[in-house]
Design a protein around this ligand. Structure first.
Ligand code: PAF
Length: 285
């Protein structure tokens, strides 16, 4: 049977609960989400639980991070199901603000992280990271947890958030959570539900191809020919590749030639669904 969880919907109520815990000397971890909860989010909550006395999850489908023609309207929503899953994973409190609570009339502030946001997903989704940085800055300042956990599947997002928190002296430690995959390697994502059954069969090739490229680079092949053949393999399988690049794992500076350490990142469309994934060089398995 699904576990119950307390839900607060206003910043004032969130702060009252957080202050009570903090006065008792207990620390807090936060897991921000846009709902459509899956095992990847649940693993972030479990990780947060190991790191703090209390775990707060939030659900807010943030309109600022969706571009025109993207899936803001279609994004899967279902608070009761999400709340039950987050509670099962061990969250103690759920913050579910509505649009007005998050962006009141006259809201006029944007957080922009220069540099890190410019390539990769930032190239094809121009305002996306401003929307992410703005909402995450707000969520962190609304809650002021000790720790916040974000998934490594959105690797560029994780680095953008770490940089923003450092630059703005937001007193929260940002922790990355490992990518959770289906048994066939497909990274869990709320957008996987958009895939047709044929597309779902093809989708794991994204990870297989990245892993193969990571092994090749680790064994001494140069990045350019390796990424070129990975790109061709993906296109031949039916993907439309948005980007496939190797970057420095900390600075996201583009890499070339022979490298011993890198992150290979991809975004590719299968039909209308845009999937992202990334792997480390040397590969983890
Ligand atoms: O990764 C997500 O689900 C969102 O980008 C986040 C961090 C919750 C901000 O809306």
């Amino acid at each position: 049977m699904a576990t119950q969880i307390e839900i607060v919907r206003t910043v004032a109520d969130l702060r009252t609960r957080v202050r009570t815990w903090q006065r008792e000397g207990e620390n807090i971890a936060m897991v921000p989400t846009m709902g459509a909860i899956h095992k990847g989010h649940m693993s972030l909550v479990r990780q947060a639980k190991q790191l703090a006395d209390h775990t707060i999850a939030s659900i807010f489908v943030n309109p600022l991070q969706f571009g025109p023609g993207e899936d803001f309207e279609a994004y899967p929503r279902g608070e009761a199901r999400d709340a039950a899953l987050l509670a099962d994973a061990g969250a103690d409190l759920l913050f579910v603000p509505d649009g007005r609570e998050m962006y009141p009339e006259g809201f006029a502030t944007t957080v922009h992280v220069a540099g890190l946001t410019e390539g990769l997903c930032g190239a094809s989704r121009p305002d996306h990271f401003d929307g992410v940085a703005t909402v995450v800055a707000k969520l962190l300042l609304q809650c002021l947890p000790d720790i916040a956990v974000f998934g490594e599947k959105d690797y560029q997002q994780l680095l953008v958030i770490k940089r923003m928190v450092r630059d703005l002296n937001i007193p929260v430690e940002i922790v990355g959570g490992a990518i959770v995959r289906e048994p066939d390697g497909l990274a869990l994502s709320s957008r996987n539900t958009y895939l047709s059954s044929d597309e779902r069969e093809t989708a794991p090739l994204l990870h297989t191809t990245l892993q193969q490229a990571a092994h090749e680079v680790a064994s001494g092949l140069a990045l350019e020919p390796t990424l070129e053949s990975a790109h061709a393999a993906l296109e031949a399988a039916g993907f439309r590749v948005d980007y496939l690049e190797a970057r420095d794992p900390v600075t996201l500076v583009p890499l070339s030639g022979n490298v011993s350490s890198a992150r290979i990142l991809v975004a590719a469309f299968l039909g209308k669904t845009r999937l992202i994934d990334n792997v480390t060089v040397p590969p983890q398995s």
